[in-house]
Write a protein that binds this ligand. Structure first.
Ligand SMILES: [Zn+2]
Length: 453
């Protein structure tokens, strides 16, 4: 789970696919401090499936350590990566300063993995590739890109390697999104008839998302909480889920199914991210394109407040009437959502909506599993607010959606490795694939090496 990095070695060249940060438990995060198991000067190119930090967030370390080769990504991914990496650098600086000030770290001299200054050199290496279709990285490596429907710019990559006249095809699923969701297109399965190796994500390999109409569920929560005079905190990354929530809240307002309560999007980068969502029309599904053509502003509610400065953010604490606060981080690992939760978790009138994957070891997972208290800023805060899980807002395919994506492959892959999931999720998907398709599938382990072709 998290920290996605794949190194393809062929025809005397090395291609790095994704360069993600490990997130979640301390053991996982510790891996971010390990050097790569290969000499990074021998890597010829890098390419990204999408901008999420668990796929791109280690690039500043790679480049600081000396990597100077092109990093290919489509235009939306490049713009989102710029936002996310800068934010990641800032957050790490802030957390390190806090850890020093309050002596929270178990390390005697805490330091940031990287800072925002380490990000600019990465941005200079990012090179655009087409959103869809084919692209030659080099004579050895040809890539076809397919919309993965997970976040803006997200792709599955089909890599054809030519070595001594022989062709080998490797498919990287990247993170696979959902079918029939607002804003983005449905995931598209790669179409090659020969697949020598498939690397498939398995985040929700053991689970289905809750059934039920997201509009119905969201309106129920909003109405229930507003009636009892409470407020709602939605931990959400500025990219993806924030836009999905804004879209649904806007729809509910238009349908007059919820009252017009103020919505605070407390994230300096949410507005930039929303602009990118509106700008990259190549990713919009038909319904969203129609909403836009009708002259509406489908990603903005009526009473919308955007807070940029930390001071404005703290002023939200003074809002005692019903409101909705959307703030990062999505797994409650850091960011401004921490002080909103510190303010509002102890009041039973309030609610917290968990709309996405909560990795093991995060505060989000603790809330999901019914924790009675939460540790915030070195204090123990009682959890009295209602905790609502809404898997409908996940950006990841559930188990049957992953199987649907796999069903659309044109021929059985010769080898399948399941990646990017906690062990139980990967194993459950392995079993489902064996039962449904009779393919040989394995669960990838950290630092595994596989021969292909
Ligand atoms: Zn992702």
């Amino acid at each position: 789970m998290t920290g996605s990095k794949y190194l393809v070695q062929a025809a005397g060249k090395k291609l790095l696919v994704d360069c993600g940060l490990f997130q979640g438990t301390d053991d996982l995060k510790e891996r971010n401090w390990n050097p790569l198991p290969v000499d990074l000067n021998t890597i010829s190119y890098a390419i990204l499936t999408h901008a999420h930090l668990d796929h791109s967030g280690w690039l500043p370390v790679l480049v600081r350590d000396g990597f100077r080769k092109p990093i290919f990504a489509n235009p939306a991914t490049i713009e989102l990566a710029e936002l996310l990496l800068k934010d990641s650098g800032h957050l790490q600086e802030e957390e390190t300063q806090d850890a020093i000030k309050h002596k929270w770290s178990k390390h005697p001299h805490p330091r940031a993995l990287y800072t925002s200054d380490d990000v600019d050199p990465v941005l200079r290496l990012l090179k655009p590739m087409p959103r869809n279709g084919g692209f030659d990285i080099s004579p050895e490596f040809h890539v076809e890109s397919y919309d993965a429907g997970h976040i803006l710019g997200s792709s599955s990559l089909e890599l054809t390697i030519t070595e001594n006249g022989k062709r080998t095809v490797i498919v990287f699923s990247g993170d696979v999104g959902r079918y029939d969701q607002p804003i983005l297109n449905d995931p598209v399965t790669p179409v090659k008839k020969q697949i020598d190796l498939l690397l498939c994500e398995s985040t929700y390999g053991d689970r289905e998302h809750e059934a039920g109409d997201p509009l119905e569920l969201l309106s129920n929560v909003v109405n229930r909480v507003v009636k009892r005079g409470g407020s709602i905190v939605i931990p959400a990354f500025a990219i993806g889920r924030t836009q999905t929530f804004m879209y649904y809240l806007r729809q509910l307002e238009n349908l007059q199914r919820i009252p017009k309560v103020p919505v605070y999007v407390d994230s300096p980068m949410a507005l930039s991210a929303t602009d990118l969502y509106l700008k990259h029309k190549e990713d919009h599904d038909l319904l969203f394109a129609r909403d836009e053509q009708n002259g509406g502003d489908p990603l903005s509610v009526h009473e919308f407040h955007l807070t940029r400065s930390a001071e404005e953010s703290k002023q939200i604490n003074n809002v005692k009437t019903p409101c909705i606060i959307i703030s990062a981080s999505g797994m409650v690992t850091g960011g401004r959502v921490l002080h909103h939760l510190a303010q509002r978790l102890g009041d039973a009138r309030n609610a917290v909506i968990l709309g996405g994957f909560q990795a093991e070891g995060t505060r989000g997972r603790a809330l999901q599993e019914g924790a009675k208290t939460l540790s915030l800023f070195g204090q123990v805060v009682p959890v009295l607010a209602e905790i609502v899980e809404m898997g409908q807002f996940s950006a990841h395919a559930g188990k049957s959606e992953l199987l649907r994506w796999l069903t659309a492959l044109q021929a059985p892959p010769k080898q399948v490795y399941l990646t990017h999931g906690e062990p139980s999720a990967a194993q459950a998907l392995q079993q489902a694939i064996t039962e449904k398709f009779r393919w040989k599938a394995s669960v990838a382990r950290y630092l595994d090496t596989v021969e292909v072709g």
